[in-house]
Design a protein around this ligand. Sequence first.
Ligand code: CO
Length: 307
Amino acid sequence: MSRILRVSARVLPLFLLLLALMAATLPTPGHAADQKAPKEGVLLVAFGTSVPEALSSFKAVDASFKAAFPGTPVVWSYTSQIIRKKLAEQGKPVGGISDGLAALAEAGVKVARVQSLHVMPGEEFTELERAVLLDIQKHPGRFEAVYLGRPLLESHKDALSVAKAVLADMGGKRRKDEAVVLMGHGQAHGRADLIFEGTRATFRESDPLVFMATVEGARGIDDLPAELKAHKVRKVWLQPLMVVAGDHARNDLAGDGEDSWASKLRAAGFKVETNLRGLGEVPGVRDIFVDHARQNVDDLTKEPRKR
Ligand code: CO
């Protein structure tokens, strides 16, 4: 008996080694190309929100990306330090850009798709690009490729698609002679005002009763009443042109305070309705973000390729 045990003890490691070799060479189900393809991962980057009601927008975006990239890790980063701090204190932490890239690396991802959830390629998108580049420098070779997906409104085609999606999403709520007023975020400095003006012109092509202004950009709420009156508008629908219907939408746009857009427009004699849907809640908008994540030409680990 003891002799058999001694023999099997000597043979067992050999037998296990043989099994391991067989498993390694055994063909596994699925396409050969899939087996060799490096593991992909998605990092979604947004400013962030601490308004719980606004999260429905991010949840819808998350679901769209998980459906579009099945079996792929989808990680979130918020760029706002104030919001990250607030959420951490509430026990619901969301990391920054470096944290998100580290999480993808940890999950064995070799090809990272970083998707901006910004509305326009303004200063915050530039900051995102810089943060990703610095992280690549700090961890050379960590990823085979890091693709950067462009923001929502990157081209004339995008602007037309977003206008169409937003107007379709209003469904039968709005009558034809009623105006839509969209609140963009905007920025007091940088290029955003010019991108905003291009977007405004493109939206107007889709529907002459779409009006737009910003919270912080050159064109604000005080430009709207005269413009609306010139178009003989009596009733307006207010909606944010932001991915989430967060603090700006709930307070600056639709709030009860006398400085809100709703209050100012009512004071100017307009009938006002609010449609507090973030852009992420609009299916056609989510499709554009997913398309931008798939258009994988801009690999930040390599020099730009000139055509
Ligand atoms: Co803001």
